[in-house]
Design a protein. Structure first.
Length: 383
């Protein structure tokens, strides 16, 4: 039943977007260039699609019957996968004070993990208020994204107060996410004859909501954020983009069952009269945090048609849990670093190609440390 509802939701998103494009196409005059429709087709390969650690990879490869009974890796058919990413979008320039509307919808289809597919969309509205300044609204959404499997329950069959692998119950964590951002883009310098040929800044602020399936609703997050982005251009050839973003993340902080290692302190934490290595403990788990995100993206235009780019980003998450039994968040800090490089080639005014490689290194007390390598190839076409 849940799968049927999810499919109806996905279909509804597609229908709304199709109607939007059809409506604008019908009402735009044939000779009017205020509307353009574009499409993209991306193919991505990832060697760690669920972000699992090396220890978890070894456990998964063991194919232990206890893991099958607990559904630990149910739906996680393959850690490596190819993802097809068809995208349909439009740009509309109505005669409303030079307002610009860009919108697209994309579906991410997993070849090996077919149940992990999900749609996403984005809307950008730009409204110039003078020659140098513009207000920009960015809205994005993700529907039914599969993160990974987490512990959702247990069955202490022998009643000994210790929960081994065969007594655990795992479920898939899925979430929807919606984000809105408002920024003011200001052109400080736009002089192609200077060495510093372009300088743009954009302060921004926004809010995002992440909502999980009911069994994992304590993982929900509401995030208020703000930051600043800067774009520099040198001799019309070299570009440097940088940004900083601060996030204030609020989570419910409700009670959850976790497995606590009582042998480290030799203390019966849950009060069942036993000291166990996997003792079930019902306690407050708070994923509230403050996050600092920095990103730098340089690029060089080699010719009129070919550009190369690089990128580096770092996300630092400082958890705010005040429960010392919440060992994965109390006084804990998580780090994520991402490196990327790419090349783009404009075949014509209508066609272009892009290729990108990225490497992610994540170290989180809750999910552990993992690495992911990703390769992306994209074909773009503007009608």
């Amino acid at each position: 039943m849940v799968k049927i509802v999810n499919n109806i939701g996905k279909l509804t998103i597609y229908l709304i977007f199709s109607v939007l494009i059809t409506w604008t196409t019908c009402f735009a005059k044939e000779e009017d260039e205020s509307l353009s429709v574009f499409s993209e087709f991306g193919l991505e390969y990832s060697d760690n699609i669920f972000g699992v650690t090396e220890d978890q990879i070894l456990i998964l490869n063991e194919n232990d019957p206890d893991d099958a009974a607990s559904y630990r890796f149910r739906g996680m058919d393959s850690l490596t996968d190819y993802i097809l990413k068809p995208r349909l979008g439009m740009k509309w320039y109505p005669n409303w004070g030079k307002l610009t509307l860009t919108a697209w919808l994309q579906y991410n289809y997993y070849i090996k993990n077919k149940d992990s597919g999900y749609p996403e969309g984005r809307v950008i509205i730009k409204y110039p208020i003078n020659k140098k300044g513009s207000f920009i609204f960015r809205g994005s959404s993700i529907y039914d994204y599969t993160k990974k499997n987490y512990l959702s329950g247990f069955n202490d069959i022998n009643g000994n107060g210790n929960i081994p692998r065969d007594e655990r119950i795992y479920s898939s964590a899925l979430y929807d996410e919606y984000e809105g951002q408002i920024g003011y883009r200001y052109v400080i310098n736009d002089d192609k004859d200077r060495i510093l040929s372009g300088v743009n800044i954009e302060p921004f602020t926004g809010y995002s909501v992440r909502s999980y399936n009911p069994i994992f609703d304590n993982r929900d997050k509401d995030t208020a954020f703000g930051g600043l982005s800067i774009e520099l251009e040198f001799i019309n050839t070299i570009s440097l983009e940088g940004s900083y973003r601060y996030d204030d993340v609020s989570a419910p902080g409700n009670m959850e069952y976790i497995l606590y290692d009582e042998t480290e302190s030799s203390v019966d934490i849950n009060g069942d009269g036993e000291i166990r290595g996997n003792a079930p403990l019902y306690t407050a788990i708070d994923r509230s945090s403050e996050r600092h995100f920095i990103e730098v993206n340089p690029s060089i235009k080699l010719t009129e048609d070919i550009s190369i780019s690089m990128g580096y980003s770092k996300l630092t998450t400082k958890y705010r849990s005040d429960n010392h039994l919440d060992t994965e968040h109390y006084l804990q800090t998580a780090y994520r670093k991402k490196y990327k490089s790419g090349v783009s080639y404009d075949l014509s005014d209508a066609w272009s190609l892009e290729a990108e490689y990225s490497k992610t290194k994540d170290d989180d007390p809750e999910d552990g440390s993992y690495e992911e390598n990703s390769y992306m190839f994209t074909i773009k076409h503007k009608f």
